[in-house]
Design a protein around this ligand. Structure first.
Ligand code: CTP
Ligand code: MG
Length: 335
Protein backbone atom coordinates (compact mmCIF):
# COMPACT_ATOMS: atom_id res chain seq x y z
CA UNK A 1 0.00 0.00 0.00
CA UNK A 2 1.27 3.40 -0.86
CA UNK A 3 0.41 5.61 2.08
CA UNK A 4 1.87 8.82 0.76
CA UNK A 5 -0.57 9.13 -2.05
CA UNK A 6 -3.55 8.13 0.02
CA UNK A 7 -6.27 10.60 -0.76
CA UNK A 8 -9.39 8.54 -0.47
CA UNK A 9 -10.81 7.47 2.80
CA UNK A 10 -12.75 4.31 3.53
CA UNK A 11 -16.21 4.05 2.01
CA UNK A 12 -18.01 3.59 5.32
CA UNK A 13 -16.49 6.63 7.05
CA UNK A 14 -19.86 8.27 7.82
CA UNK A 15 -20.83 5.23 9.88
CA UNK A 16 -18.26 6.40 12.46
CA UNK A 17 -19.83 9.79 13.16
CA UNK A 18 -22.18 8.79 16.00
CA UNK A 19 -19.34 7.24 18.04
CA UNK A 20 -17.14 10.32 17.69
CA UNK A 21 -20.00 12.61 18.64
CA UNK A 22 -20.79 10.48 21.69
CA UNK A 23 -17.19 10.71 22.86
CA UNK A 24 -17.17 14.47 22.27
CA UNK A 25 -20.35 14.92 24.28
CA UNK A 26 -19.09 12.78 27.15
CA UNK A 27 -16.06 15.08 27.52
CA UNK A 28 -17.88 18.43 27.56
CA UNK A 29 -17.99 19.96 31.05
CA UNK A 30 -21.46 20.37 32.57
CA UNK A 31 -22.69 23.90 33.33
CA UNK A 32 -22.35 23.46 37.10
CA UNK A 33 -18.59 23.47 36.61
CA UNK A 34 -18.66 26.99 35.17
CA UNK A 35 -20.64 28.12 38.22
CA UNK A 36 -18.10 26.63 40.60
CA UNK A 37 -15.26 28.29 38.71
CA UNK A 38 -16.99 31.66 39.02
CA UNK A 39 -17.49 31.09 42.73
CA UNK A 40 -13.77 30.38 43.23
CA UNK A 41 -12.77 33.35 41.04
CA UNK A 42 -14.95 35.65 43.16
CA UNK A 43 -13.28 34.41 46.32
CA UNK A 44 -9.79 34.89 44.88
CA UNK A 45 -10.72 38.30 43.56
CA UNK A 46 -11.89 39.44 46.98
CA UNK A 47 -8.50 38.57 48.52
CA UNK A 48 -6.45 40.00 45.69
CA UNK A 49 -8.32 43.32 45.63
CA UNK A 50 -7.70 43.84 49.34
CA UNK A 51 -3.94 43.74 48.81
CA UNK A 52 -3.73 45.14 45.26
CA UNK A 53 -6.85 47.22 44.45
CA UNK A 54 -5.74 47.81 40.86
CA UNK A 55 -4.96 44.18 40.04
CA UNK A 56 -7.23 41.94 37.97
CA UNK A 57 -7.71 38.21 37.66
CA UNK A 58 -8.23 36.44 34.33
CA UNK A 59 -8.99 32.84 33.53
CA UNK A 60 -6.88 31.37 30.73
CA UNK A 61 -6.10 27.97 29.23
CA UNK A 62 -8.58 25.16 28.85
CA UNK A 63 -11.03 26.46 31.45
CA UNK A 64 -11.59 29.56 29.30
CA UNK A 65 -10.69 28.66 25.70
CA UNK A 66 -13.66 26.26 25.30
CA UNK A 67 -11.37 23.26 24.75
CA UNK A 68 -11.39 22.06 28.36
CA UNK A 69 -12.66 18.65 29.45
CA UNK A 70 -14.85 18.08 32.47
CA UNK A 71 -13.21 18.09 35.93
CA UNK A 72 -10.16 20.02 34.83
CA UNK A 73 -8.19 22.37 36.99
CA UNK A 74 -8.25 26.07 36.28
CA UNK A 75 -5.47 28.43 35.24
CA UNK A 76 -5.62 32.00 36.52
CA UNK A 77 -3.49 35.00 35.63
CA UNK A 78 -3.00 37.82 38.13
CA UNK A 79 -2.47 41.02 36.13
CA UNK A 80 -0.59 43.69 38.04
CA UNK A 81 0.08 46.80 35.99
CA UNK A 82 3.74 47.25 36.80
CA UNK A 83 5.94 45.32 34.35
CA UNK A 84 9.08 45.48 36.51
CA UNK A 85 7.64 43.81 39.57
CA UNK A 86 9.38 40.93 41.24
CA UNK A 87 7.06 38.02 40.41
CA UNK A 88 8.47 35.78 43.12
CA UNK A 89 7.79 38.41 45.75
CA UNK A 90 4.19 38.86 44.55
CA UNK A 91 3.59 35.12 44.52
CA UNK A 92 4.95 34.65 48.05
CA UNK A 93 2.75 37.46 49.27
CA UNK A 94 -0.27 36.04 47.40
CA UNK A 95 0.32 32.61 48.94
CA UNK A 96 0.40 34.22 52.40
CA UNK A 97 -2.86 36.05 51.83
CA UNK A 98 -4.64 32.96 50.51
CA UNK A 99 -3.37 30.70 53.29
CA UNK A 100 -5.27 32.80 55.79
CA UNK A 101 -8.56 31.65 54.23
CA UNK A 102 -9.77 28.06 54.25
CA UNK A 103 -8.03 27.20 50.98
CA UNK A 104 -5.91 24.04 51.00
CA UNK A 105 -2.38 23.12 49.84
CA UNK A 106 -1.47 26.73 49.09
CA UNK A 107 2.07 26.68 47.71
CA UNK A 108 4.22 29.24 45.91
CA UNK A 109 6.41 27.62 43.24
CA UNK A 110 8.65 30.59 42.50
CA UNK A 111 11.35 28.69 40.61
CA UNK A 112 9.17 26.90 38.07
CA UNK A 113 9.50 27.82 34.36
CA UNK A 114 6.22 29.66 34.81
CA UNK A 115 6.22 30.65 38.52
CA UNK A 116 2.83 30.05 40.17
CA UNK A 117 0.84 29.70 43.34
CA UNK A 118 -1.03 26.39 43.51
CA UNK A 119 -4.04 25.76 45.68
CA UNK A 120 -7.13 23.64 46.18
CA UNK A 121 -10.51 25.01 47.15
CA UNK A 122 -12.35 22.43 49.29
CA UNK A 123 -15.73 24.16 48.81
CA UNK A 124 -15.79 23.66 45.03
CA UNK A 125 -13.19 20.87 44.81
CA UNK A 126 -11.32 22.85 42.15
CA UNK A 127 -7.53 23.06 42.02
CA UNK A 128 -6.00 26.14 40.56
CA UNK A 129 -2.66 27.56 39.40
CA UNK A 130 -2.17 31.32 39.55
CA UNK A 131 0.57 33.01 37.53
CA UNK A 132 1.52 36.69 37.30
CA UNK A 133 1.31 38.96 34.25
CA UNK A 134 1.13 36.19 31.64
CA UNK A 135 -1.16 38.30 29.48
CA UNK A 136 -0.21 36.77 26.14
CA UNK A 137 -1.74 33.54 27.39
CA UNK A 138 -4.93 35.44 28.26
CA UNK A 139 -5.06 36.90 24.74
CA UNK A 140 -4.32 33.63 22.93
CA UNK A 141 -7.04 32.04 25.09
CA UNK A 142 -9.50 34.60 23.69
CA UNK A 143 -8.30 33.90 20.13
CA UNK A 144 -8.90 30.16 20.53
CA UNK A 145 -12.31 30.74 22.12
CA UNK A 146 -13.28 33.08 19.27
CA UNK A 147 -12.26 30.47 16.67
CA UNK A 148 -14.35 27.85 18.47
CA UNK A 149 -17.49 30.00 18.05
CA UNK A 150 -17.27 30.00 14.25
CA UNK A 151 -17.87 26.33 13.53
CA UNK A 152 -18.71 23.58 16.02
CA UNK A 153 -16.50 21.14 14.10
CA UNK A 154 -13.41 22.82 15.58
CA UNK A 155 -14.47 22.00 19.11
CA UNK A 156 -15.45 18.47 18.09
CA UNK A 157 -12.17 17.82 16.31
CA UNK A 158 -10.01 19.37 19.04
CA UNK A 159 -11.75 17.36 21.78
CA UNK A 160 -11.17 14.12 19.86
CA UNK A 161 -7.53 14.98 19.12
CA UNK A 162 -6.80 16.04 22.73
CA UNK A 163 -8.52 12.88 24.03
CA UNK A 164 -6.43 10.78 21.64
CA UNK A 165 -3.20 12.59 22.64
CA UNK A 166 -3.88 12.13 26.35
CA UNK A 167 -4.82 8.45 25.89
CA UNK A 168 -1.70 7.77 23.84
CA UNK A 169 0.71 9.65 26.09
CA UNK A 170 1.69 12.26 23.49
CA UNK A 171 0.42 15.31 25.43
CA UNK A 172 3.47 15.56 27.75
CA UNK A 173 5.72 18.53 27.04
CA UNK A 174 8.26 17.42 29.63
CA UNK A 175 8.68 14.19 27.64
CA UNK A 176 9.11 16.03 24.37
CA UNK A 177 5.58 15.69 22.99
CA UNK A 178 3.10 18.49 22.37
CA UNK A 179 0.98 20.71 24.63
CA UNK A 180 -2.81 20.83 24.37
CA UNK A 181 -2.38 24.37 23.10
CA UNK A 182 -0.24 23.08 20.21
CA UNK A 183 -2.83 20.43 19.30
CA UNK A 184 -5.60 23.03 19.18
CA UNK A 185 -3.47 25.21 16.87
CA UNK A 186 -2.97 22.15 14.64
CA UNK A 187 -6.74 21.66 14.49
CA UNK A 188 -7.41 25.32 13.64
CA UNK A 189 -4.78 25.23 10.91
CA UNK A 190 -6.21 22.01 9.51
CA UNK A 191 -9.71 23.52 9.27
CA UNK A 192 -8.36 26.73 7.68
CA UNK A 193 -6.75 24.57 4.98
CA UNK A 194 -9.82 22.54 4.02
CA UNK A 195 -11.30 23.24 0.67
CA UNK A 196 -13.68 25.02 0.93
CA UNK A 197 -12.29 26.29 4.27
CA UNK A 198 -14.15 25.53 7.51
CA UNK A 199 -12.39 28.36 9.38
CA UNK A 200 -11.18 31.77 8.18
CA UNK A 201 -7.88 33.36 9.19
CA UNK A 202 -8.96 35.95 11.76
CA UNK A 203 -5.56 37.67 11.88
CA UNK A 204 -5.66 38.37 8.14
CA UNK A 205 -9.05 40.05 8.35
CA UNK A 206 -10.04 43.57 9.32
CA UNK A 207 -8.83 44.46 12.83
CA UNK A 208 -11.65 44.80 15.34
CA UNK A 209 -9.62 43.88 18.42
CA UNK A 210 -6.18 45.19 19.17
CA UNK A 211 -3.95 45.13 22.22
CA UNK A 212 -0.24 45.51 22.82
CA UNK A 213 1.14 43.03 25.33
CA UNK A 214 4.83 42.63 26.25
CA UNK A 215 5.75 44.54 23.06
CA UNK A 216 3.78 42.12 20.92
CA UNK A 217 1.02 43.63 18.83
CA UNK A 218 -2.01 41.33 18.98
CA UNK A 219 -4.76 42.17 16.53
CA UNK A 220 -7.48 40.29 14.71
CA UNK A 221 -11.14 40.23 13.69
CA UNK A 222 -13.06 39.21 16.81
CA UNK A 223 -16.68 39.85 15.73
CA UNK A 224 -17.11 36.16 15.17
CA UNK A 225 -20.89 36.22 15.52
CA UNK A 226 -20.78 37.77 12.03
CA UNK A 227 -19.02 34.65 10.75
CA UNK A 228 -21.74 32.15 11.58
CA UNK A 229 -22.11 29.78 8.67
CA UNK A 230 -18.63 30.58 7.33
CA UNK A 231 -17.84 26.89 6.87
CA UNK A 232 -21.23 25.80 5.58
CA UNK A 233 -20.04 25.31 1.99
CA UNK A 234 -17.92 22.50 3.36
CA UNK A 235 -20.00 19.57 4.56
CA UNK A 236 -17.29 17.32 5.91
CA UNK A 237 -18.25 15.51 9.10
CA UNK A 238 -16.27 14.87 12.26
CA UNK A 239 -15.28 11.34 11.17
CA UNK A 240 -13.94 12.64 7.85
CA UNK A 241 -12.05 15.40 9.60
CA UNK A 242 -10.45 13.07 12.16
CA UNK A 243 -9.43 10.80 9.29
CA UNK A 244 -8.06 13.80 7.36
CA UNK A 245 -6.20 15.23 10.35
CA UNK A 246 -4.30 12.02 11.05
CA UNK A 247 -3.72 11.35 7.39
CA UNK A 248 -2.22 14.83 7.01
CA UNK A 249 0.19 14.50 9.95
CA UNK A 250 1.05 10.87 9.07
CA UNK A 251 1.54 11.13 5.33
CA UNK A 252 1.24 14.62 3.86
CA UNK A 253 2.90 17.17 6.12
CA UNK A 254 6.35 18.20 4.90
CA UNK A 255 8.27 18.08 8.19
CA UNK A 256 11.53 19.12 6.54
CA UNK A 257 10.27 22.39 5.07
CA UNK A 258 6.92 23.56 6.42
CA UNK A 259 5.69 25.52 9.42
CA UNK A 260 1.98 25.56 10.23
CA UNK A 261 0.76 29.08 10.89
CA UNK A 262 -2.77 29.98 11.94
CA UNK A 263 -1.64 33.63 11.85
CA UNK A 264 -1.35 33.48 8.07
CA UNK A 265 -3.92 30.75 7.48
CA UNK A 266 -1.44 28.75 5.43
CA UNK A 267 1.88 26.99 5.56
CA UNK A 268 5.01 29.11 5.74
CA UNK A 269 8.50 27.88 5.00
CA UNK A 270 11.02 27.01 7.68
CA UNK A 271 13.60 28.89 5.62
CA UNK A 272 11.60 32.14 5.78
CA UNK A 273 11.59 31.86 9.57
CA UNK A 274 15.19 30.71 9.81
CA UNK A 275 14.00 27.57 11.54
CA UNK A 276 16.11 25.23 9.43
CA UNK A 277 18.88 24.57 11.94
CA UNK A 278 19.08 23.57 15.53
CA UNK A 279 19.77 26.60 17.69
CA UNK A 280 20.39 25.74 21.32
CA UNK A 281 17.61 23.38 22.27
CA UNK A 282 15.29 24.44 19.44
CA UNK A 283 15.48 21.68 16.84
CA UNK A 284 12.35 22.61 14.88
CA UNK A 285 11.52 18.99 13.99
CA UNK A 286 7.82 19.82 13.84
CA UNK A 287 7.03 23.50 13.47
CA UNK A 288 3.93 25.16 14.91
CA UNK A 289 4.07 28.94 14.95
CA UNK A 290 2.51 30.76 17.90
CA UNK A 291 -0.16 33.14 16.54
CA UNK A 292 1.19 36.16 18.44
CA UNK A 293 4.73 35.34 19.56
CA UNK A 294 5.69 34.45 16.03
CA UNK A 295 9.30 33.65 16.92
CA UNK A 296 7.95 30.96 19.21
CA UNK A 297 7.76 27.41 17.82
CA UNK A 298 5.40 25.27 19.90
CA UNK A 299 7.25 22.27 18.49
CA UNK A 300 10.46 23.30 20.20
CA UNK A 301 9.93 20.78 22.99
CA UNK A 302 10.15 17.94 20.44
CA UNK A 303 13.50 16.14 20.17
CA UNK A 304 14.97 13.38 18.00
CA UNK A 305 13.40 10.64 20.06
CA UNK A 306 9.97 12.18 20.61
CA UNK A 307 9.49 13.18 16.95
CA UNK A 308 9.65 9.45 16.16
CA UNK A 309 7.12 8.66 18.86
CA UNK A 310 4.80 11.39 17.57
CA UNK A 311 5.04 10.40 13.92
CA UNK A 312 4.52 6.73 14.75
CA UNK A 313 1.41 7.69 16.70
CA UNK A 314 0.07 9.77 13.79
CA UNK A 315 0.71 6.82 11.47
CA UNK A 316 -0.91 4.37 13.85
CA UNK A 317 -3.98 6.63 14.13
CA UNK A 318 -4.20 7.11 10.35
CA UNK A 319 -3.97 3.36 9.87
CA UNK A 320 -6.76 2.73 12.39
CA UNK A 321 -8.95 5.42 10.81
CA UNK A 322 -8.46 3.84 7.42
CA UNK A 323 -8.85 0.13 8.17
CA UNK A 324 -10.11 -0.68 11.66
CA UNK A 325 -13.72 -1.86 11.80
CA UNK A 326 -14.23 -0.02 15.10
CA UNK A 327 -11.68 2.83 15.27
CA UNK A 328 -13.13 4.47 18.38
CA UNK A 329 -11.89 1.63 20.56
CA UNK A 330 -8.39 1.19 19.13
CA UNK A 331 -7.68 4.89 18.63
CA UNK A 332 -7.98 5.74 22.32
CA UNK A 333 -6.44 2.56 23.71
CA UNK A 334 -4.06 3.43 26.56
CA UNK A 335 -0.45 3.10 25.41
N1 CTP B 1 0.25 28.48 26.60
C1 CTP B 1 1.04 29.33 25.85
N2 CTP B 1 2.17 28.85 25.25
C2 CTP B 1 2.52 27.55 25.39
C3 CTP B 1 1.72 26.67 26.13
C4 CTP B 1 0.58 27.18 26.73
O1 CTP B 1 0.72 30.51 25.72
N3 CTP B 1 3.65 27.10 24.82
C5 CTP B 1 -0.94 29.04 27.26
C6 CTP B 1 -2.16 29.07 26.37
O2 CTP B 1 -2.92 30.21 26.70
C7 CTP B 1 -2.90 27.84 26.79
C8 CTP B 1 -2.58 27.76 28.27
O3 CTP B 1 -1.27 28.27 28.38
O4 CTP B 1 -4.29 27.96 26.56
C9 CTP B 1 -2.65 26.37 28.86
O5 CTP B 1 -1.87 25.49 28.09
P1 CTP B 1 -2.10 23.94 28.02
O6 CTP B 1 -2.01 23.35 29.39
O7 CTP B 1 -1.25 23.40 26.93
O8 CTP B 1 -3.56 23.83 27.49
P2 CTP B 1 -4.93 23.62 28.15
O9 CTP B 1 -5.87 24.21 27.15
O10 CTP B 1 -4.98 24.15 29.54
O11 CTP B 1 -5.14 22.06 28.09
P3 CTP B 1 -5.42 20.89 29.15
O12 CTP B 1 -6.86 20.58 29.00
O13 CTP B 1 -4.57 19.77 28.68
O14 CTP B 1 -5.06 21.43 30.50
MG1 MG C 1 -4.11 23.32 31.36
Amino acid sequence: RNYRSRTECRGDIQRLNPSFLTIYESLIPPNEEKEKQKQLMALLDKHVKKEWPEARLFLYGSCANSFGFRKSDIDVCLAIGDADIDKAEILLKLADILKSDHLENVQALTRARVPIVKLMDPTTGISCDICVNNLLAVINTKLLRDYSKIDVRLRQLAFIIKHWAKSRGVNETYQGTLSSYAYVLMCIHFLQMRSPPILPCLQEMETTYKINVDNVECSYFDQVDKLQGFGSRNNETIAQLVWGFFNYWAHSHDYANDVISIRSGSLVSKRAKDWTRRIGNDRHLICIEDPFEVSHDLGRVVDKRSIRVLREEFERAAEIMQFDPNPCVKLFEPY
